[in-house]
Design a binder for this molecule. Sequence first.
Ligand SMILES: *Cc1c(COP(=O)(O)O)cnc(C)c1O
Length: 303
Amino acid sequence: MVIDLPDNIALDPIQDERLAVRQIQLSMLRIDAIDPEISGNKWFKLRYNIEAAVGAGADTLLTFGGAYSNHLAATAAAAQKAGLKAVGIVRGHHAQQQLTPTLRQCKSYGMALSFISRESYKEKRDEGFVAALKNEYPNAWIVPEGGDNEQGLLGAKDIAAYLPEDADIATVAIGTGTTFCGIANGLPEDKKIIGFPAIKDSDYLKGIFAEKIPPSVNWHLEQAYHFGGFAKKNEALITFVNQFYLQHHIPLDHVYTAKMMYGIFDMVQQEKLPEKTKMVAIHTGGLQGNTSIKNKLVFPVCG
Ligand SMILES: *Cc1c(COP(=O)(O)O)cnc(C)c1O
């Protein structure tokens, strides 16, 4: 099975006075728009996993996530599309009491959900735990949390080919960092990549990234824009998302892309980016994550 790369990824210029005064050109690479159900970077991270699963004769994709996980929803949709079954191992028994919109979406795509305790969830990469899963689901291809495996990394690398030739800096939001490292691996020599971790204590990522990215690549993390931690938000962030939509007609998700875009504008205002820089911000999608704040948003929320 071969899944074709998309050939219709738009590059939307962002016109803004704050950029113009520094003569900075900013555009957004809209990989969020590849597929209405399998958003952005998740599509790329799953692509080779699906090919490998089918190649290995598996009939099921099995993966892991929390009750709001974009990766879980994307895997459920991608499996359905590929004619595979899907199993989601969900963190926390509490999540079973009342299903979040994300988990309801997973079920609607036919994913079977299995809830485990937070303690067991921490062991999800342990040999014994994986062996037990393989025993229980012998025909499953196991995709780690966030699509963070060899196939995920290789899939994300393909995103680099969509960067405009004249861009100096590419930016991307970071969860596990699989997307960031993948793109960094495919990054043309004349470009730099800046990652915006959506999590609070992100220092540990640097060591991991140093092993996954060749030393010749120009990469850097901006760690100040986590807004208190993963999926945490405040009024300033939500106001930013709404204003960005009203001005540019591009919806941002509050967990990842909003924090990155907020960070870019903050860096521009603090004159941390050189004048005349050409920047491309990668819109990784994740819009289903806005369901939990849909009453506060000026645009309709869909998967
Ligand atoms: C999952 C996700 C990310 C993070 O991807 P990683 O490869 O785990 O770093 C970034 N942006 C959006 C919108 C996501 O859904």
